[in-house]
Design a protein around this ligand. Structure first.
Ligand SMILES: *Cc1c(COP(=O)(O)O)cnc(C)c1O
Length: 862
């Protein structure tokens, strides 16, 4: 019989066991081994069956067992200690409180479409979500007052299995919020909190707010599966990244607009301070900007432009990908239909709203291809994010540079180096991503022999995990137990183990290792120095190409000749990830550079003493060192332009590295009894001790606080309604006058030919009706390339000299230092000047002479 309704009966715990509820519902257990151990001890047998999920464990445990525990004094004592420890953790001062810096924001709202905190809350698909989870956890540890905001997907992301012929199968198990570590946000009247959005055609989208407690950090998740919604609206939060354009737009409206409303309700109810900074993890939450523009319009009567200035001041945007498919784009027609009269944000001017997300014309970069006949989807969520945030960043040094190039079209007239996008390199939450055995061992104190034994124990733990998973997978693929004897010999705890696990978009090149199957076979079956490979990864359900790659890999791994040395494990996720990272010796990463914005799995591997073997992309480009692993060279020259040749060149380099460097280093044994690979252990130690501290989310979050959150909070406070109005007025006046702003004439003193000399400049400029204080006249000079472009200019502000001449023009003077030898070029330009602007490029206005307007013959301008 199939049930027509389901609901969950929450366990009633005997009074003395009450604190278990508190421990299970606060996700700190997911990175606190002591809490986890206590929860496990409630029912050690049931722990695995419950998928290591304390909420599930407590609802499965028998009443007899609970009664027995309630009478056991040693257990109650441990429980009391654990509860006290949690409360200390939640209330004591931490780094942020100790900093005691009045500039720091009272609260930060952090919006993300997915959060990966634990396998028990499967609300993530990959790196972006796990990064968001790590951000909240590090925030909790550091005492940063974050409020997380996301959606609760009733199916989460799919579970992956394989068909007999190796084709990816997707399952979407229904998630019951009452069986997850969630509590309803309720008002003072005890009723569930609802937010609502107005949809076209008089429809309304309602959502309930759930609260997850991530240590000290609350995470609010919006859920549209409500009886008062029509069926279509009920499904808005059905699954992560599901459905077509309209479905995605509704999800993103709910996240951005509904998310702000949920934060407001949460702060009102709990007394939590209101956020002074809003941080968007990628563009999906972009509509939080327009929603706050609406709020300011209603509360402070701020017109659109002024409200935009105020909103931008307190907003941070993080871009995560240079791959167009990773950025959401909608047709303007679709967006227009959902905003304005009779829909959401009806008080805002629809054209102004559309303009915020419009891709700059002629910009090739942020876009992708379009299907013939469709209106090009030119409303770009990353563009919306960049236009509504005064501060923006990429996620590694390399990616910061790539993003400045990619989005340079939004700041015409400025060099990519001046595009106001900085970078903060991602990090991973060390307590989550370090194996308990490594945490316990305090590896700095271990002898080489003990370190090698620890590494072997981790590898062996992985081998057992892999065998269990291979068995399950083959059973699902239809094999009987009698056929599966070989599984007990899959992998060898003494063989060099390589890992490769990630989502399967084309740029990550899952099958690069299969480029020359014979050579891979030889590596796997080498008589003295074999390698073994553990591979995992999910393809997006709509990505047929990705599924073909998985199938190709599975077919290779199915071959009885190699299946003891290479495995594909279905259903890559957080439950599998940690033993995999910790148990591998080498973590392989071979994306098409520079498309991996950062990458984080290699960082998690490093925390556990696994070495990296990677293309110099993302984080590995800045932190690669010969003590931490190996770099796979990137093809250059003509081979770089031809994808097939590029793959061939890079795959060859990979095989050669494995054959000639990685495997010999692992199997080399020292003279002292011949048990230890000295160089390998040196690298393991260097990776854990020197690389480990750099790759942490704690380092990342401190950087966000110091370089982005604190300045954004200061800007937010400085942009009160009066100041925002004034700044908007200034920007409008500047735009009006700008066509009349020009560098008219430039005179120079004698050109000094020697290093250390100074070039005198005298410049005449037209400013229209602007006063000199409204602008900055700047000279820039430095080395020039073959096209006369200044490559790394030094700038100096010129000073006004006297009043306007009879034609109303102003004179500016200054000196430019010749601080380097070789070809030298210089130019002069006029920029906006206002104390509330963060970057010269912010208003997108610059006036620069096109050609020589100088009285010294022979000096050219660019
Ligand atoms: C860390 C992690 C990722 C992201 O890894 P990348 O190196 O950024 O591809 C994806 N999935 C899981 C389960 C992870 O733990």
């Amino acid at each position: 019989m199939k049930a027509i309704r389901r609901f969950s009966v929450r366990p009633v715990l005997p009074d003395p066991l009450g604190p278990l509820q508190e421990l299970a519902l606060n996700l700190r257990w997911s990175w606190h081994p002591e809490s986890r151990e206590l929860l496990r001890s409630v029912d050690p047998e049931g722990w695995r069956a419950a998928g290591r999920d304390p909420v599930r464990l407590l609802s499965n445990v028998t009443a007899d067992r609970l009664t027995a525990l309630a009478g056991r004094r040693s257990f109650l004592r441990q429980l009391r200690l654990a509860q006290e420890d949690l409360r200390d953790y939640l209330t004591g001062p931490r780094w942020y409180q100790q900093a005691d810096d009045p500039r720091l924001p009272r609260a930060i709202a952090y919006f993300s479409p997915e959060f990966g905190i634990t396998a028990a809350l499967p609300q993530y698909s990959g790196g972006l979500g796990i990064l968001a989870g790590d951000h909240l956890k590090a925030g909790s540890d550091l005492g940063v007052p974050l409020i997380g905001v996301g959606l609760l997907y009733r199916h989460g992301y799919f579970r992956q299995s394989l068909s007999p012929d190796g084709w990816q199968q997707e399952q979407y198990p229904v998630l019951d919020p009452y069986e997850m570590p969630l509590v309803e946000l309720t008002g003072p009247d005890g009723n569930q909190v609802r937010v609502s959005l107005a949809l076209p055609g008089g429809r309304t989208l309602y959502a309930q707010v759930w609260q997850v407690q991530v240590g000290r950090v609350p995470l609010l998740l919006l859920d549209s599966a409500l009886a008062e919604n029509a069926p279509a609206e009920r499904d808005v939060t059905d699954r992560l990244y599901g459905g077509g354009s309209e479905h995605r737009l509704l999800q993103e409206m709910l996240l951005g607009i509904g998310g702000v409303r949920a934060v407001r309700a949460f702060c009102r109810i709990t007394g939590h301070p209101e956020p002074e900074v809003f941080h968007m993890n990628e563009g999906h939450a972009g509509f939080l900007g327009p929603e706050r523009i609406r709020e300011l319009g209603e509360a402070a009567r701020l017109p659109f432009d002024a409200a935009l200035r105020a909103v931008r001041a307190g907003t941070v945007f993080t871009t995560h990908t240079p791959v167009p498919a990773g950025i959401d784009r909608f047709s303007e027609e679709l967006v227009a239909r959902h905003f304005g009269q009779g829909a959401e944000l009806s008080g805002l001017d629809r054209e102004q709203l559309l303009a915020l997300g419009r891709e700059p014309s002629g910009s090739a970069a942020p876009g992708g291809g379009t299907t013939a006949g469709e209106e090009p989807p030119s409303f770009n969520m990353a563009v919306l994010g960049l236009r509504t945030a005064q501060r923006a960043n990429g996620v590694s040094t390399l990616h910061g540079g790539v993003s400045r190039e990619m989005f340079a079209g939004l700041w015409p007239g400025f060099d990519p180096a001046e595009v106001p996008i900085t970078s903060v390199t991602n990090g991973v939450h060390a307590p989550t991503w370090t194996d308990d055995a490594v945490l316990r061992a305090r590896t700095g104190k271990l002898s080489d022999a003990a370190l090698w034994d620890l590494r072997r124990a981790l590898r062996e733990q992985l081998v057992h995990e892999v065998r269990a998973r291979v068995r399950t997978s083959w059973t699902q693929r239809g094999a009987g137990q009698a056929e599966l004897g070989w599984v007990d010999d899959v992998l060898d705890p003494d063989v060099l183990t390589l890992g490769f696990a990630r989502r399967v978009p084309a740029y990550k090149r899952l099958t690069l290792m299969l480029r020359d199957p014979g050579r891979l076979r030889a590596l796997l079956l080498h008589p003295e120095r074999p390698v073994q490979l553990v591979v995992a990864g999910k393809a997006h359900p709509a990505d047929e190409g990705g599924k073909r790659l998985i199938q190709e890999l599975v077919r290779f791994a199915d071959d009885p000749g190699v299946r003891h040395r290479i495995v594909f494990l279905p259903d890559y996720g957080m439950a599998m990830a940690l033993p995999l990272y910790a148990g591998c010796d080498v973590w392989l990463n071979n994306p098409l550079r520079p498309l991996e914005a950062c990458g984080t799995s290699g960082m998690k591997a490093a925390l556990n003493g696994c070495l990296n073997l990677s293309v110099r992309d993302g984080w590995w480009d800045e932190w690669y060192g010969p003590d931490f692993g190996w770099e796979i060279p990137t093809a250059d020259g003509p081979a770089a332009a031809d994808p097939a040749r590029r793959d061939a060149v890079e795959a060859t380099a990979l095989y050669t590295l494995l054959e000639e460097q990685v495997a010999p280093c692992f199997y080399e044994r020292g003279p002292d009894g011949g048990r230890l690979p000295r160089r390998w252990l040196e690298m393991v130690r260097a990776t854990m001790e020197r690389l480990g501290p750099m790759v942490t989310a704690e380092r990342m979050l401190r950087t966000y606080v110091e370089e982005l959150y604190a300045p954004a909070a200061a800007a937010h406070r400085a942009h009160g309604p009066q100041a925002a109005r004034e700044l908007a007025g200034y920007a409008a006046r500047l735009r009006r006058e700008w066509p009349r702003v020009a560098v008219d004439h430039v005179g120079t003193g004698p050109e000094p030919a020697a290093l250390g000399g100074r070039l005198s400049l005298r410049v005449r400029v037209a400013l229209g009706d602007l006063e000199p204080e409204a602008v900055r006249v700047q000279a820039a000079g430095g080395r020039v390339d073959g096209d006369d472009r200044l490559t790394d200019p030094v700038t100096v502000d010129l000073e006004p000299a006297g009043g306007p001449d009879i034609s109303g023009r102003w004179t500016y003077e200054g000196k430019l230092a010749l601080d380097r030898a070789g070809p030298f070029g210089w130019t002069v330009r006029i920029l906006p000047a206002h104390p509330l602007l963060v970057s010269d490029a912010e208003l997108g206005l610059v006036a620069q002479p096109e050609e020589a307007v100088t009285e010294t013959p022979g000096v050219l301008f660019r």
